[in-house]
Structures are given as C-alpha cells and as structure tokens.
Design a protein around this ligand. Structure first.
Ligand SMILES: [Zn+2]
Length: 283
C-alpha cells in the first residue's frame, strides 16, 4: 500500500481533471506507474499517436493567418480563483464556475476556464513542452472546456478541451518587480496548501506582461492518464518571469520533486503559429 501510494503521488501528473480518479484506478490495476507504462493502463490513450507534450521545433512551424487574437472574458477578475490545493501530482487552482472564458485565437467556440496548475522540477527545468529542445523552468496550464458540447462530454471531441500553456522563466532580479507581487501572494499559500484564496489575484495578474498575440498551436492530449486526445493546445511564446525564490517553493513545500511527462512524438502533426509569432527565417 505504501509503495502504491508513493507511486500514485510521484508519477501521476495532471493536465486536467478526472486524473486523480483515473490515477487511483490505475494504481489498483497495474504495478508500474512511470509514464512509460501508462499505455498499459486499461482504457488508456497514452500509447496513441497524437500525444502531449511535444518539442516545438520552430524550423517546421508554419504561420497560420486564422490564428487571430484571443478574446479573454474576466481574466482580470480578482475574485474568480476559488481554491488552491496540492492534489498529489500538482498544485491546482480551481476557478468559480462559468465566470472566466476564452474564445478566438483560432478556437472553434467559447471555452470556460475550469482550473490552472503547474509543472516543475526541483533540480533544473520542469516545463512539459520544449521549444527547440529547450526546457523552461516551469509551465502553467490553464485548462478550459468547450461550452455547448452535447452532454458535456468534452473528452470525446478532439477540441473538447483547450489548454493555454505558459512557460515560466527564472527572474534573478534582486528586487521583486511589480509583476512578482501576485506570484508572491499565490506562492504564500504553498506553505499551508489547501485553502480558499482570500487574496485578490487574477489570471491576468499572473500572466503579467506576456504578449498574448504570440503563440503556437497543435492538437494533442492530456499529459496524464488517461491521456485523452481531446486537447487543442496553445503555447504562448513569451515566458512569464517569476523570481527564483518563489518558484523554488513548488517542489520544496509540496515535497514533489518533479511532475512533467516526457516529450512525445509528433507523428506527422502540424504545429502552427499566430502571425505575430517570430519564426526562424528561410523556412
Ligand atoms: Zn498540465
């Protein structure tokens, strides 16, 4: 039981919802819980061919004029983040229902923000996606579900879930800049992890000065069992800058040393970028 519990805590990384239960089920039916064995879990999609995360090789990314600007609804609301918890595989913030939404950006409809969570590594870089083989310090996933899906069965649609991914870079500034204040407030909760969020923090506060018109797009999956291929991925090109002392709190205060899934094969999928995204010349 102890071993299984450790396996559960260490190896079930989340990119969404339902995974806690899926992981619990998996831990009862198989003995090895490392990502290379996820495909063996009953009913899992982890061995299929449109999986996430991937390495974004910019020399093969093409510009898509249909990737227009996003429309963000209530991203500046400072009362929309309800709770923060450590669920064994990530630090996750749950949002108020039906309050924060996103559309545009080439998405085929309106999406409702459910939660956001983080991927990290104690001894180095812990982002899930790579850009030209570069792994960033951390990655934040804002998980949204498509509205008006019949029966709410978003996992059965290839774009039923849209994840907005943000890379996070270490800022070594001696003084916290204006941008760090919301991150200071958010990470202060990591010391006593399960809590209602009482500070006034918005998603826009955390995103800071990232240029939201520059992003990559591809079709993929949840990055944790059952790895459903139901995700339209957005990775913003510019990273969020956060002070290293604050980022260190994720592994230190949770005791979870890393929680990213290894990079998956592209298998012929296309990666596109919005017109504002800089790409290598001559391709
Ligand atoms: Zn994730």
């Amino acid at each position: 039981i102890f071993y299984m519990l450790i396996g559960f805590i260490r190896f079930h990384f989340c990119c969404g919802f339902q995974c806690a239960f899926a992981a619990l089920k998996a831990s009862r039916s198989s003995t090895d819980h490392t990502p290379s064995h996820w495909a063996e879990i009953n009913g899992s999609h982890c061995g299929e061919h449109h999986q996430s995360p991937i390495d974004i090789v910019t020399s093969i990314v093409t510009t898509d004029p249909k990737l227009d600007n996003f429309t963000f609804v209530n991203f500046s609301s400072q009362h929309s983040i309800r709770t923060i918890t450590f669920n064994g595989h990530s630090v996750q913030c749950d949002m108020e229902d039906n309050e924060v939404e996103v559309s545009g950006g080439g998405l085929s409809g309106q999406y409702s923000v459910k939660q956001f969570h983080f991927h990290w590594s104690k001894d180095g870089a812990g982002s899930e996606h790579l850009v030209d083989d570069h792994r960033y310090k951390m990655e934040m996933h804002i998980v949204t579900e498509k509205k008006d899906v019949p029966g709410g069965d978003v996992l059965s649609h290839k774009d039923g879930i849209a994840v907005l991914g943000f890379f996070i870079n270490v800022s070594n500034r001696l003084y916290h800049n204006e941008m760090s204040e919301p991150w200071q407030m958010l990470t202060s909760y990591l010391e006593n992890i399960t809590a209602e969020l009482n500070h006034n923090i918005s998603l826009s506060d955390l995103i800071g000065h990232v240029d939201l018109s520059k992003f990559y797009r591809y079709m993929g999956s949840l990055t944790t069992p059952m790895c459903d291929e139901a995700v339209v991925w957005t990775l913003f090109q510019e990273p969020i800058q956060v002070h290293k002392d604050l980022l260190q709190k994720f592994p230190e205060n949770t005791g979870l040393s890393f929680n990213y899934r290894p990079s998956q094969s592209l298998n012929g999928r296309k990666i596109t970028a919005s017109p504002a995204t800089p790409l290598p010349e001559g391709e």
